[in-house]
Write a protein that binds this ligand. Structure first.
Ligand code: GLN
Length: 593
């Protein structure tokens, strides 16, 4: 960028009058070029693992001591992911500040081992809402509000705001969807403008593409990739780096072709082939030298801390070694929900159990069982051979009776049980029905006229109308009962912070009845009588624990969630009664306060 156009752009701050065509609203105090940006766009097709790639790249740069701030830009018009059906879009991942996001944010949190906020997630719905609100407040000074420069300006503002607030060295931008989609076209245009305005060595564009390997041909074909990359260049974005997804390592010949058609030097065309585990991707990228190329392109070499990188790599390698080590022992955990046909709907549960497998040095085999098919008559058959049962979160009555049967079966047969959110509520309903004798017990979510509403709407939720962002959401403190099993599992602490997403709770007037019958409420909210953890005494059951929270959202590779780990340990004991348990080498949970 020349000095003149830099001055012109700066002088046009927030100015959208007729005097200039530049429209570059910066947050106050923003210095162009100070923060660097890495942009990851996908070509050819979706589902290439853009989130895994971006978060792995962000991780290896973070490991070097750079502060990174990722942001996922989603093209859909929903304000957040809260109203999306898990069958279509995978799980809703809730951040500590209550934002309901896409499951990719979970991948970033787990890879980077840090909590993100609503600033790390933007949808078209949010961008357009802001534009229309500003228009109603006369912010555009009589101009017709256009996709360019106003909508793209809002996107750039959002990215710069994140740069300012996070004080990151590197903002990592993942553009959702594929180049050529209508939905993300203006995001890509905003990136083009951003690169122009921030100046050389400030924005590094990485294109993820796909190399086909048709079985009938037995060789790798790059045409689709070439076309995808051309489409990217047609909209004015010249990639600096290309990462080629492919089932097997991409041949030199194919990399040369890609290089020639895209003006990207061969050393910056990388093979990103399938690996045994996603956790190997960061090291694969590092070994291929992707991090070095990004540092060179963005002039960041002198910000690298070698010692920090060595340490981070050692820790990560330890986890990967534990995860991939040959396993002598294996446990079957049944996850009984209604979205079990779509693995992504329970992505965090899947991951949390994987973290526990590494920590407990055993293979955790998950049996995904559709709770809508479970009945009192077939429950024993359906859960045969499982060493632990997990009832996950959910909404709506479909499959609920099946979940209650699972709880009963686990409780009566001393099978380790972990209930998550709805799984906690179902445990209360089951106990009320089968132990306290309240045969009609239910949640008012499913039976508004029940005579024993042991689970009812949270008081603050009673006034709320409509859907979207209005449940009890986000990170909340949980006070743990001293001496309880859950307190012990979290390392004998009296308080933890976990994430929530619910509208219903244990109806406080039933607490004495339930407790008198032996149910222990071992965690609750600090200021309200909201029950957040329950358990049965060790003398009654080897592992019967449930929580109103979603601890899977805060489970991390290096610090698995203790309630999940407790379930896996208890399942191991059930499967191998003689086994002396290995104590996990993992770090204490990130959630313990
Ligand atoms: N449907 C229940 C509620 O809203 C449970 C929610 C969940 O499992 N996330 O309280």
């Amino acid at each position: 960028m020349t000095d003149t156009n830099e001055t012109e752009i700066l002088s046009a701050l927030g100015n959208s009058s007729d005097e200039t065509e530049f429209y570059t609203p910066y947050p106050a105090g923003y210095v162009p070029g100070k923060t660097k940006f890495v942009v990851v766009v996908g070509t050819v097709m979706s589902g290439l693992g853009k989130g895994i790639f971006s978060s792995s790249l962000a991780k290896i740069l973070k490991d070097k001591g750079l502060k990174v701030a990722p942001i996922k830009m989603e093209g859909y018009l929903n304000i957040d992911s809260g109203t999306l059906n898990p069958f279509r879009h995978g799980e809703v991942f809730v951040l500590d500040d209550g934002m309901e996001t896409d499951m990719d944010l979970g991948t970033y949190e787990r890879m980077l081992d840090e909590n993100l906020t609503r600033k790390n997630f933007v949808t078209s719905g949010q961008i357009f809402t802001r534009i229309l609100e500003q228009e109603r407040h006369g912010r555009y000074l009589g101009r017709d509000v256009q996709m360019i420069p106003h909508v793209t300006g809002e996107v750039k503002y959002t990215l710069r705001e994140l740069a300012m607030q996070s004080q990151a060295d590197l903002v990592f931008i993942e553009v959702g969807g594929t180049v050529g989609d209508y939905e993300n076209g203006y995001f890509i245009e905003a990136i083009r403008e951003l690169a122009y305005e921030e100046g050389e060595h400030s924005v590094c564009t990485v294109a993820l593409t796909y190399i086909m390997e048709p079985k009938s041909l037995g060789e790798q074909k790059s045409k689709a990739a070439q076309l995808g990359l051309r489409q990217l260049m047609e909209v004015g974005l010249q990639p600096h780096i290309i990462a080629c997804r492919c089932p097997s390592p991409v041949s030199e010949k194919v990399r040369q072709k890609i290089s020639m058609f895209s003006n990207v030097p061969l050393r910056r065309v990388f093979s990103m082939h399938d690996m045994e585990s996603i956790y190997l991707v960061p090291e694969m990228l590092r070994e291929a030298g992707l991090d070095r190329e990004v540092l060179t392109l963005l002039n960041l070499h002198e910000r690298v801390h070698q010692r920090q990188e060595d340490q981070a790599r050692r820790k990560w390698q330890g986890f990967v070694d534990r995860l991939l080590a040959p396993r002598e022992h294996s446990v079957n955990i049944a996850v009984t929900g209604k979205y079990t046909s779509v693995r992504d709907a329970y992505a965090s549960i899947d991951k949390a159990l994987e973290h526990c497998g590494a920590a407990a040095a055993c293979h955790v085999h998950i049996q995904w069982i559709d709770s809508t098919e479970i009945t009192r008559r077939n429950v024993a058959e359906m859960l045969k051979g499982c060493h632990g049962i997990l009832v996950p979160g959910g909404f709506g009555s479909r499959g609920a009776e099946g979940k209650i049967e699972c709880v009963r079966w686990a409780r009566e047969n001393h099978v380790p049980y972990l209930g998550i959110c709805l799984g906690f509520q179902m445990a209360v309903v089951e106990y009320a029905r089968n132990v306290c004798g309240l045969v009609d017990a239910n949640t008012t979510e499913f039976a508004s006229n029940t005579t024993a509403p042991v689970i009812d709407t949270l008081p603050e939720q009673k006034k709320i109308e409509g859907l979207g962002g209005n449940m009890r959401l986000g990170g909340k403190d949980v006070l743990l009962r001293p001496g309880s099993k859950v307190s012990h599992l979290y390392g004998n602490v009296d308080q933890v912070r976990l994430r929530f997403r619910h509208r219903y709770e244990v109806e406080p007037r039933y607490i004495p009845t339930l407790e008198k019958a032996g149910l222990i409420f071992s965690g609750h909210a600090p200021k309200q009588p909201i029950m957040q953890m329950l358990e049965l005494a060790d003398s009654v059951h080897p592992y019967f624990v449930a929580t109103q929270a979603h601890p899977c959202l805060t489970s991390r590779p290096l610090s698995p969630d203790p309630l999940f780990l407790g379930l896996v340990h208890a399942a191991l004991k059930r499967a191998y009664p003689q086994l002396t348990l290995q104590v996990a080498e993992a770090e204490p949970s990130a959630t313990a306060i």
